[in-house]
Ligand binder design. Structure first.
Ligand SMILES: Cc1ncc(C[n+]2csc(CCOP(=O)(O)OP(=O)(O)O)c2C)c(N)n1
Ligand SMILES: [Mg+2]
Length: 333
């Protein structure tokens, strides 16, 4: 089955508009996450926080290739996908705070953020569980005669889970419009990939289901965007599912902000990946080729900072759910 290394992203001809779009999505994710991390450190957020910082090019590159009516499923590390798909920052922060104005009315927290109106079918605390949901969404779209595509994001570790294999096989055999996006950050919690599978490239697993795959530099938003554009077009045209494996890295720990006392990653390894910060890479390229000036890029950061400060204030001043409503919305029908 075809499996190819992605061609040089520089050969990917995109408009200045797309580059600005990718940049804006990545900055929104970065600032959303770093501020969420500070709130967690300050003891303001209940629950867990799996930060997405470092992996922004994947969410941005894929989402910029989607239409609004395309649908996605996400993971326990899902804020980046939600932000990039256009879920409101106010509703997201309010959910992290457990407030009634949150995306799940304050009942779900970080790992359940969803917004069906934006095609965000949900983060998911069960590793691998988003895969069959996306397959079902793609089946439903085709059944209804719609031409939307479903994208499922999952980690390297998730590809050891049965749900991934069942979903991949079913999508392939039914020729469904699903794009499988593996965000290979090299670790499942604290276990390096070499200790949880015997292959280097998760993309090899696609071949077992007769699905083509491509491997991309997950720190390069343009490379991801190129691969996603191809895979989405292919799926939408009826040619079936495809897998993209994006090699990436998370800059924070598996969960939370502080590093472990006994680090499982060397300082050198972390520094090497941070030197390829996906936002720096795109900004350097954009300034060098004249797509944007430094002042224009700085303006994006400032506008986003203001928007985020406003969203946090909204969340903080929102009420907690009323205990009398405890049994409401427990089941979905
Ligand atoms: C079914 C299931 N098994 C185990 C866990 C505990 N767990 C949470 S995240 C995680 C690692 C997932 O690794 P990966 O898929 O690579 O995602 P990453 O955290 O690297 O983004 C595990 C084992 C879980 N949440 N669900
Ligand atoms: Mg991982």
């Amino acid at each position: 089955m075809a499996q190819k290394k992605s061609a040089d992203a520089a050969a990917h001809q995109v408009s200045a508009q797309v580059i600005r779009d990718l940049h804006e999505r990545m900055v929104r994710i970065r600032l959303f996450e770093t501020e969420a991390g500070k709130l967690m450190e300050a003891g303001k957020l209940p629950g867990f926080l799996h930060l997405y910082v470092g992996q922004e090019a994947v969410a941005a590159g894929v989402m910029a290739a989607l239409r609004d009516d395309d649908q996605i499923t996400s993971t326990h590390r899902g804020h980046g996908h939600a932000v990039a798909k256009g879920v409101g920052l106010r509703e997201m922060y309010a959910e992290l705070y457990g407030r009634v104005t949150g995306a799940c009315l304050g009942r779900g927290g970080s790992m359940h953020i969803n917004d069906l109106t934006r095609g965000m079918l949900g983060a998911n605390g069960i590793v691998g569980a988003g895969v069959p949901i996306a397959v079902g969404a793609a089946f439903a779209a085709r059944y209804k005669g719609e031409d939307s595509v479903a994208v499922t994001f999952f980690g390297d570790g998730a590809t050891n889970i049965g749900a991934f294999h069942e979903g991949a096989n079913m999508a392939a055999i039914l020729g469904l419009p699903v794009v499988f996006v593996c965000e290979n950050n090299g670790y499942a919690e604290f276990t390096p990939q070499s200790k949880h599978m015997l292959i280097n490239d998760v993309a090899e697993r696609a071949a077992a289901y007769g699905m083509p795959s491509v491997i991309v530099d997950g720190m390069d938003a343009l490379a991801v965007h190129r691969a996603a554009t191809d895979a989405v077009e292919r799926a939408r045209s009826g040619a079936g599912p495809m897998m993209i494996e994006a090699k990436t890295y998370r800059f924070f720990d598996h969960q939370g902000v502080k590093g472990l006392r006994h680090p499982y990653r060397s300082d050198e390894e972390v520094a090497e990946w941070k030197a390829r910060d996906p936002i720096d890479l795109l900004e350097t390229r954009a300034v060098a080729d004249g797509t944007a000036t430094r002042a224009e890029l700085d303006d994006v950061w400032q506008r986003t900072r203001d928007e985020i400060a406003e969203a946090i204030a909204y969340a903080e001043t929102s009420p907690l759910p009323d205990p009398a409503d405890l049994l409401l919305n427990v089941y979905s029908g």
